[in-house]
Design a protein. Structure first.
Length: 312
């Protein structure tokens, strides 16, 4: 009787546990059905890889529904229509947007609803159809597109690397390196000559600089001499010319007044004639001196040729 009683207790316990689990499941189903649900259709213009029937629908990170149906748009197969049902108490506005996001470590794909300002009108159905929510591009599609581009770029990189490391390229590179080595060795052998040449060029440059400085000093000295002494000489010559002109005018006046007396005596003519000639010669000499001073003051004052400017 004792072993048989144990089996009865075990069976009874099993039935109780199974009934409790069934009742809990029925309670959950009834409570879920008691919630007022509303259907929406989300239009995706991208692939929905990873999204399946039963995937969660979240609003700001909180689950508010699930996916009930996935299908292609009969008018445009590049678009995907995902029918979702969410709690009717969740406000969905016309500016509410949806997109695919990855959640958790395993990378489960869910539909994330965002946006929806209180000032925006609520999203309602038209013509007996589900309200439509347009999805925005997700980071998943961008990641997949970038991964495709990355794989393409890696393939091109590998092909280019193979072309660079080809035997012909390696041979050409070795030849170039050998030529560079020969040039470097030749320059190393001639480094003493190159150094001497550079030193000679440096010394010549210094000498040219010194010569140019000396020529500049000489030009400045000559210019100062001409300006200082030449100006005084020109002033003296001008004063002498003025004095001679006055003297000549006076003599002419005397001759004019004594013209009759001069014509009457040979001795008076012989005395005044040489004096007039001497005055004319002196006046001509002064004109010549002034012209030479104006044309070449350095040559006239210093008694030598004009110094030419040194050009290195």
């Amino acid at each position: 009787m004792e072993p048989r009683a144990h089996h009865v207790l075990i069976g009874l316990f099993t039935l109780i546990v199974a009934g409790a689990a069934l009742g809990f499941a029925l309670w959950l189903g009834k409570s879920y059905k008691d919630v007022d649900l509303r259907n929406y259709t989300v239009i995706f213009n991208e692939t929905v890889r990873g999204l399946t029937k039963g995937s969660a629908v979240q609003y700001s990170g909180i689950k508010v529904g699930d996916v009930t149906e996935l299908s292609l748009d009969p008018q445009d197969p590049s678009k995907v229509r995902a029918r979702i049902r969410i709690d009717s108490n969740i406000p969905i506005h016309q500016d509410t947007r949806a997109k695919l996001v990855l959640t958790g470590i395993t990378g489960t794909v869910v539909i994330e609803l965002r946006g929806g300002t209180p000032a925006s009108p609520p999203l309602v159905a038209e013509g007996g159809q589900d309200p439509i929510i347009v999805a925005t591009p997700s980071a998943i599609s961008q990641l997949l597109a970038n991964s495709d581009n990355l794989s393409t770029n890696l393939t091109e990189l590998v092909m280019n690397a193979k072309a660079i490391l080809s035997p012909e390229t390696a041979k050409s590179l070795n030849s170039t390196l050998a030529s560079l080595e020969q040039v470097a060795n030749a320059m190393a052998e001639q480094k003493d000559d190159v150094s001497a040449l550079l030193k000679s060029l440096t010394a010549a440059s210094k000498q040219a600089t010194v010569a140019l400085q000396q020529a500049s000093d000489l030009v400045r000295t000559t210019d100062g001499l001409v300006k200082n002494q030449g100006a005084g000489t020109l002033n003296s010559a001008q004063r002498a010319m003025v004095s001679l002109e006055k003297t000549t005018a006076s003599i002419n006046e005397i001759v004019r007044k004594n013209k009759s007396a001069i014509n009457g005596g040979l001795q008076g003519l012989n005395e005044i004639g040489p004096a007039l000639q001497e005055l004319r010669n002196t006046l001509a000499s002064m004109h010549t001196m002034i012209r030479r001073l104006e044309e070449n003051p350095a040559n006239y004052l210093l008694g030598r040729e004009k110094i030419q400017e040194f050009r290195p």
